[in-house]
Design a protein around this ligand. Structure first.
Ligand SMILES: [Zn+2]
Length: 422
């Protein structure tokens, strides 16, 4: 049987990434994430747990890991991920379960069973799973993130996961050294956008936050718990930002985990100092006091879809002295995206124009257009290219560019689409 690759989620969308790779003998899943929306989490297309030989999780973000526990209601496949990813997924998925006021097809028991079945994936090592060999490569996206090289049936498939080739404060960028490929599955989050110079963005962040605080305002920085929140603290530390900075929400638990893994970071000392200098919010009483202070608060959720950020938002949006400084990609349909596009936010059940300042600063941990094109130009062999994990227009446009400029066959598959390698 030829090798089959099917996109189960993340086709022409950001969220619920899931790729199935199958031969006669075994079925591998590369990521199985959820799309967290305001209404209910959306899952990738269904696969029977009995079919799964092994699951590989590139990194802890819920859009790559959040649906994996569904396989542990009736089955126990091995789940490969880095050790730090296992710790992050534990807190992130637990939080999803606790905060869900909607039905989830698994509970903490399934999450625990999943964690018991984790096999540690280390950078630059290879695991043999029946007829497949899977190699784990650094992806430079968040601590513990991997890209995956899958060999089977004489074919070689590379799945980028979420990838960043630029150095950030926390991580060294991914170095892409690949063998001859038959298929490359690459993310296209920023396929339409070139990131501005990183240093310039860092300086702008410090400038904006300084202005707000010196003007006696509160600057709220909604940031993903894992990665972006700590990246912001490192930037502020490095630039000698000397006003009160608070770390709140799940970002505190994620930071605690990071402190156990010095080898996952580019400059662990910087992370340690930055985390020490920030004030970790202790509870509701303190949060209430901080809300009235001139300060910076770094807290999830990065797209304002939940978390401690919402507590501060209720006050911030009503004050012309305060600011919301978004530092992450804002997925369509999230409160963060609406705030950015239309300047509105829901207060007491009603969408209202906000009074506060709203800024978006590009501190992305994904490749931009230029970096994606560079990776693709250098892919060895004559691989077919699948662009996933991007809005429809972004995926289609990158696939068209690949065909025209590089000459590889390329598509932006929809969910459910299958590719066969003969
Ligand atoms: Zn990610």
């Amino acid at each position: 049987m030829p090798l089959q690759i099917k996109v189960l989620g993340g086709g022409r969308e950001v969220g619920r990434s899931a790729i199935l790779v199958r031969d006669e003998e075994s079925t591998l899943l590369l990521d199985y994430g959820v799309m967290v929306t305001e209404r209910k989490p959306e899952f990738p297309q269904h696969v029977s747990p009995k079919e799964i030989t092994a699951v590989f999780v590139t990194h802890a973000h819920l859009d790559h890991s959040g649906a994996v526990p569904v396989f542990f209601t009736s089955s126990k496949p091995p789940v490969y991920m880095s050790r730090i990813t296992a710790e992050f997924t534990d807190i992130l998925i637990r939080d999803l379960i606790n905060l869900s006021h909607y039905y989830l097809p698994y509970e903490t028991l399934e999450l625990s069973t999943m964690l018991e079945n984790v096999r540690v994936a280390k950078h630059n090592t290879t695991k043999k799973v029946r007829s497949f060999e899977v190699t784990f490569l650094n992806a430079g996206h968040i601590p513990g993130s991997l890209s995956l090289l899958v060999k089977g049936q004489g074919k070689c498939v590379w799945y980028s996961g979420d990838i960043n080739t630029i150095d950030t404060m926390l991580l060294k960028g991914a170095e892409i050294e690949l063998p001859e490929l038959d298929l490359a599955i690459i993310e296209g989050t920023y396929a339409l956008v070139d990131h501005p110079d990183r240093k310039q963005c860092e300086r702008k962040l410090v400038e904006v936050l300084t202005e707000v605080v010196e003007n006696k305002g509160l600057a709220l920085v909604p940031a993903f718990s894992v990665g972006r929140a700590q990246e912001v603290l490192c930037i502020l530390y490095k630039y000698g930002f000397d006003y009160p900075v608070y770390l709140d929400g799940m970002a505190r638990a994620a930071a605690k985990i990071m402190l156990k893994y010095p080898n996952e970071f580019r400059e662990f000392k910087l992370l340690k100092k930055a985390l020490k200098k920030a004030h970790w919010v202790k509870g509701a009483k303190e949060r209430k006091r901080i809300r009235e202070e001139a300060c910076v608060v770094v807290t999830p959720a990065g797209m304002l879809s939940g978390g401690a950020a919402l507590y501060y938002m209720d006050k911030v949006v009503k004050s012309e002295y305060d600011a919301v400084v978004l530092v992450s990609y804002q997925v369509k349909g999230t409160p963060g995206r609406r705030l950015l596009d239309e300047g509105v936010y829901e207060v007491d059940g009603k969408l209202k124009k906000v009074k506060c300042r709203v800024e978006w600063i590009d501190l992305s941990s994904h490749c931009g257009k230029k970096e994606l094109q560079e990776i693709i130009r250098k892919l060895p062999g004559n691989p077919k290219v699948l662009v996933v994990h991007g809005e429809e227009e972004a995926c289609l446009s990158l696939a068209a560019w690949v065909k025209e400029e590089v000459g590889f066959e390329a598509i932006a598959p929809a969910n459910g689409e299958m590719v066969t390698l003969r």
